[in-house]
Design a protein around this ligand. Structure first.
Ligand SMILES: Cc1cc2nc3c(=O)[nH]c(=O)nc-3n(C[C@H](O)[C@H](O)[C@H](O)COP(=O)(O)OP(=O)(O)OC[C@H]3O[C@@H](n4cnc5c(N)ncnc54)[C@H](O)[C@@H]3O)c2cc1C
Length: 462
C-alpha cells in the first residue's frame, strides 16, 4: 500500500517534470499587443505576414532592438545573404516598444577588471553615438537626447558606497561624478535623495521612434521583416528548420543560421527555460506639465534618473514636458507566464503617490496612460550573448535585466561580428558567452520569486 502510494507520487512528479520541460508550441495569444504611450504616439506601418515556405541564410526571431539591429548589421556585412526577421506581433511589441525611455551605458563593475570595465563602457558609449549618427543619416528623429543620466541614492547609509564606486570608476578613467544632496536637488529638482552618481553619457529616447529607425535601417539593407509571423518551434541542425505560423497556416523555413532575439519570451521557444525569467513591470506617463508646474519642480538639467531602491523608480522628462515614470512594482506568473494579470489602476495610484513624494509641486497632476511590459531577467542580473548549438549556428543576445535599450542595439553589432568570425571587443567582457545560473523549476520559482518580491517591496519602504 505504502509502496503503491510512493510509486504514484513519483510517477505524478515525473510526469509533471516532463510536461514542464517539454518544448511547448509558442502561444501567441498570450503575448499582448503594444499599447504603450510610445506606440500611441508613433504609428509604424505593419508589414505583411509570411505566406510561403522559405530557404534563407539567416532567420532572426524577434523584431525588437536586438533583432532589428542584428538584421541591420548582418545585412551590412553580408549584402549577398538572404536575411529575414520573424516578429510574432508587430515590431516593438516587446520591451523595446514599451520601456521607460532611458539610454544607458554599460557599467559591469562586479564582473570585470578595471581595464575591461573602461573598454566595455566605451563600446557602449560609442553605440549611443552610432544611434545618433544613424538617426541623422536616415533623417529619422527618435527624440534621442544624450544629456547624461543619474543614479540617485535613496538611503543615507549607501552614500559612502556610491562615493567609493565613483572613485573606482574614475581610476578606470570613467567620467562619473558623485553629487551630494544639494547638487542632486539643484540638477533634478527633487529633495528625496541623499545624493547621486552622475554619468555624462546616457540620456533618453522615444521607444517606438527608435524602433522605426532600426526597422528602416534594416529594410534599407535589404532585410525582409515579416510581422504577425511567430516562430512556433525550431529544430537544431546544420540547416535549422523553423516553423512559422501565420493566418492559421504553418510554413517551413530552412535557415543556415538563426538569431534568437526574443528576450523575455525566450523560454517559450524551449531554450534558456530555467535561466531567463519574464518579469512584468509597469510604466506611466503624465499629462503635459504646464509652464508653472515645470518651473515649480526645478528639474533644471532635464536629465533622466533612476534610484537605488531594489524595485527602483525611473523617470524621464520628455521633449514635450511629460514625465514618464516606471518601477516600484514587478509581477511574475506561473511557468514564465506572459499574460499580465495585475491591476494597472492600482499600480498607477502607487506610482502617482511616489511622483508626488518626489515632486510635491505636482499635486493634482494626472497620468494619461499606464502600460505593462515584460523584462527578460536572470538570476545573476546580467545579459548574455554568444553562439550555441552543435553546429555553432544559433546566435543569441538576451536578457538585459531592464537596461537593454542601448545594449541590445550594440549586441546586434556584436552578433554580426560573431557570425562573420570577426573580433568586436565585447568578447573580452566577462559577459560574453556567460553561463547563466539556473533558476529553480516550478513550483519553487513561483513561490520563491513572489516571496522575494514582497520582501523587497517591504525593504524599499523601510
Ligand atoms: C517596462 C520596461 C521599462 C524598461 N525601461 C528601460 C529603460 O528605461 N532603459 C533601458 O535601457 N532598458 C529598459 N528596459 C529594458 C529594454 O526595454 C529591453 O532590454 C530591450 O528593449 C530588449 O530588446 P530585445 O529586442 O532584446 O527584446 P524585445 O523588445 O522584448 O523583443 C523581443 C521580440 O520578440 C518577439 N517574439 C517573442 N517570441 C517570438 C516568437 N516565437 N517568434 C517571433 N517573435 C517573437 C516579441 O514580440 C518581441 O517583439 C525596460 C523594459 C521594460 C519592460
Amino acid at each position: 500500500m505504502k509502496n503503491n502510494f510512493l510509486f504514484s507520487i513519483t510517477a505524478l512528479v515525473s510526469l509533471y517534470m516532463v510536461l514542464l520541460m517539454s518544448c511547448e508550441k509558442v502561444k501567441v495569444e498570450k503575448m499582448s499587443i503594444n499599447d504603450s504611450y510610445w506606440a500611441k504616439t508613433e504609428t509604424i506601418s505593419v508589414n505583411p505576414s509570411l505566406d510561403t515556405d522559405l530557404k534563407v541564410d539567416i532567420a532572426i526571431i524577434g523584431g525588437g532592438y536586438t533583432g532589428l539591429s542584428s538584421a541591420y548589421h548582418l545585412a551590412k556585412k553580408n549584402p549577398e545573404m538572404k536575411i529575414v526577421v520573424f516578429e510574432a506581433k508587430t515590431t516593438g511589441a516587446g520591451a523595446s516598444g514599451r520601456h521607460g525611455g532611458m539610454v544607458l551605458p554599460s557599467l559591469l563593475d562586479e564582473y570585470t577588471d578595471e581595464e575591461t570595465l573602461k573598454w566595455t563602457y566605451d563600446l557602449s558609449v560609442n553605440n549611443m553615438k552610432f544611434i545618433d549618427s544613424l538617426s541623422k543619416a536616415l533623417n529619422i528623429n527618435c527624440d534621442l537626447v544624450l544629456n547624461g543620466y543619474c543614479e540617485t541614492i535613496f538611503r543615507e547609509e549607501d552614500v559612502s558606497e556610491y562615493e567609493d564606486y565613483v572613485k573606482e570608476a574614475n581610476a578606470a578613467d570613467i567620467p562619473l561624478e558623485f553629487w551630494d544632496k544639494a547638487r542632486t536637488k539643484q540638477e533634478l529638482g527633487t529633495d528625496l535623495y541623499y545624493g547621486a552618481m552622475y554619468d555624462p553619457n546616457g540620456g533618453s529616447v522615444h521607444a517606438m521612434k527608435l524602433i522605426k529607425l532600426m526597422k528602416t535601417a534594416a529594410e534599407n539593407q535589404g532585410v525582409i521583416i515579416y510581422e504577425n509571423s511567430p516562430v512556433v518551434s525550431f529544430e537544431e541542425g546544420k540547416i535549422i528548420n523553423l516553423t512559422v505560423e501565420s493566418n492559421e497556416t504553418e510554413y517551413l523555413i530552412e535557415a543556415n543560421s538563426i538569431v534568437v532575439a526574443t528576450n523575455a519570451y525566450t523560454s517559450k521557444l524551449g531554450i534558456f527555460k530555467n535561466q531567463i525569467m519574464p518579469v512584468h513591470t509597469q510604466t506611466a506617463v503624465t499629462e503635459v506639465l504646464t509652464a508653472e508646474q515645470l518651473e515649480a519642480i526645478k528639474w533644471e538639467s532635464r536629465m533622466p534618473f533612476y534610484d537605488s531602491r531594489i524595485m527602483l523608480f525611473h523617470l524621464v522628462l520628455t521633449p514635450d514636458n511629460r514625465i514618464v515614470i516606471g518601477g516600484g512594482n514587478v509581477d511574475t506568473y506561473w511557468n514564465n507566464g506572459l499574460e499580465y494579470k495585475g491591476n494597472l489602476s492600482r499600480v498607477a495610484d502607487m506610482m502617482l503617490q511616489e511622483l508626488i513624494i518626489m515632486f510635491p509641486e505636482l499635486k493634482g497632476i494626472k497620468f494619461e496612460h499606464i502600460w505593462n511590459g515584460i523584462l527578460g531577467t536572470t538570476y545573476d542580473e546580467v545579459e548574455t550573448i554568444g553562439v550555441m548549438g552543435e553546429n555553432k549556428n544559433i546566435f543569441y543576445g538576451l536578457a538585459y535585466n531592464g537596461h537593454g535599450v542601448n545594449q541590445s542595439i550594440m549586441f546586434g553589432d556584436v552578433i554580426a561580428h560573431l557570425h562573420a568570425g570577426e573580433y568586436h571587443g565585447w568578447e573580452d567582457s566577462e559577459l560574453y558567452g556567460y553561463e547563466l545560473s539556473k533558476i529553480p523549476v516550478e513550483p519553487f520559482k513561483y513561490v520563491g520569486t513572489n516571496i522575494f518580491f514582497k520582501y523587497w517591496k517591504w525593504k524599499d519602504r523601510h
